[in-house]
Design a protein around this ligand. Structure first.
Ligand code: GRF
Length: 206
């Protein structure tokens, strides 16, 4: 596919965004981050984008708590399209996408989730895994569909749960793996090596 334009949606501190920016700058991803959008005006992710010279756009969230109104989704689509985005990456974006965004970018939206899906979807997945007593936790990069953390899985990385972990120390070790896994998955997309067959994602050889 060659060099791709990536649009990142983030609501918070943006450490995954930072990892993606660095991977682009250091050549581990054939592409660049063209725009970062947030639903939170003072999200540190926007600051990180500016520090890297990437356009940072705040779109007010509207009246819903977890979803986006269609008119607001249309604003996301407009900004992403204006920046020529090929791939949308959710990186700690705390809202559920609706049919407008998903329809416009179908098969071209990725998410990172801090658990081994389908276990522990939703919020505070690391805490869910720790409280459940799982011995192996981890992270998942997947395509986004209409459900919550349900799309076809691209990459998973396992992280052992240690006896002396609390859920924060576990989350920190998972985060290290997230940063690596997300860039790998984006590069596979950029190389055109991801083939979705129903729920399964086949990774073509180089
Ligand atoms: C990460 O744990 C990610 O898996 C989840 O939200 C968190 C975002 O962290 N979806 P950051 O903003 O990328 O640091």
């Amino acid at each position: 596919m060659g060099s791709i334009n990536i649009g990142v949606l983030a609501s918070g501190r943006g450490s995954n965004l930072e990892a993606i920016l660095q991977s682009c700058e250091e050549g581990r991803i054939d592409g660049k981050v063209s725009v970062v959008i947030s639903d939170v005006e003072d999200a540190y992710a926007l600051e990180r984008a500016r520090k890297h010279g990437v356009p940072a756009v705040y779109i007010p969230p509207g009246k819903f708590k977890t979803k986006l109104e269609p008119e607001i989704e249309a604003q996301y689509v407009r900004v992403l399209t204006e920046h020529g985005v090929d791939l949308v990456c959710l990186a700690g974006f705390m809202r559920i996408l609706g049919s407008c965004l998903i329809g416009e970018f179908r098969g071209r939206i990725l998410n990172i989730h801090p658990a081994l899906l389908p276990a522990f979807p939703g919020l505070e997945a690391q805490r869910q895994a720790w409280e459940y007593g799982a011995k192996v936790a981890g992270c998942t990069v997947h395509f986004v569909d209409e459900g919550v953390d349900t799309g076809p899985i691209i990459i998973q990385r396992a992280v052992p749960v240690l006896d002396d972990d609390d859920w924060h120390t576990l989350a920190d070790r998972i985060l290290e793996q997230e940063h690596k896994a997300y860039s790998e998955a984006i590069q596979l997309f950029a190389q055109g090596r991801l083939v979705v067959e129903g729920r399964r994602v086949r990774i073509l050889p180089c």
